[in-house]
Design a protein around this ligand. Structure first.
Ligand code: RTP
Length: 166
């Protein structure tokens, strides 16, 4: 297998350890499936400390950083690559505000969580970060530096949603 450079927007969505422990994996996947985005990568994964630190490096100076790293590495996460036009911004809306108490009902965090430090899911905050987190081949064609997926872990496939949804 190989990582196929995709011109379509992708968002890295991750069920955090609390979401896995609480049995919310199916519920969370279901929301992205029903919306009409296309799943290109999926795995259960124990995140090592150095990867958690790299993923959240912009938050390094925050007081909550050590607790955040401990949380993300405290048990397996579910790593997903979802594809579609506008998927990054749309996924942020489906996920809801960072603080689940401020997240609207109907969003994942609004429906399923109460604490910022246990907010069950991550979504890329920009298309460029989607590439950094899933598949960086478009930015650096000869060197894959994507954070969460390796060669052969993404599938290039045509969904039957095309052309009815996508
Ligand atoms: P994410 O990256 O996980 O999708 O979350 P986000 O964009 O909504 O929020 P961000 O500001 O990037 O923060 C990343 C994660 O750090 C934890 N956090 N804890 N205790 C706190 O005040 C605090 N603030 C943020 C959350 O798990 C948040 O999702």
């Amino acid at each position: 297998g190989r990582i196929v450079a995709s011109s379509v927007e992708q968002s890295y969505i991750m069920v955090k350890p609390d979401g896995v422990q609480r049995g919310l994996v199916g519920e969370i996947i279901s929301r992205f499936e029903k919306k009409g985005f296309v799943l290109k990568g999926l795995k259960l994964f124990q995140c090592p400390k150095d990867l958690a630190e790299e993923h959240y490096k912009d938050l390094k100076e925050k007081s909550f950083f050590p607790g955040l790293i401990e949380y993300i590495t405290s048990g397996p996460v579910v790593c997903m690559a979802w594809e579609g036009d506008g998927v990054v911004a749309s996924a942020r809306k489906l996920i809801g505000a960072t603080n689940p108490l401020q997240a609207e009902p109907g969003t994942i965090r609004g429906d399923l969580a109460v604490q910022t430090g246990r907010n069950v899911v991550h979504g890329s905050d920009s298309p460029d970060n989607g590439k950094r987190e899933i598949d960086d081949k478009l930015i650096t064609p000869f060197l894959s530096v994507a954070l969460w997926f390796k060669e052969g872990e993404l599938c290039e496939w045509e969904s039957v949603l095309t052309p009815w949804v996508v």
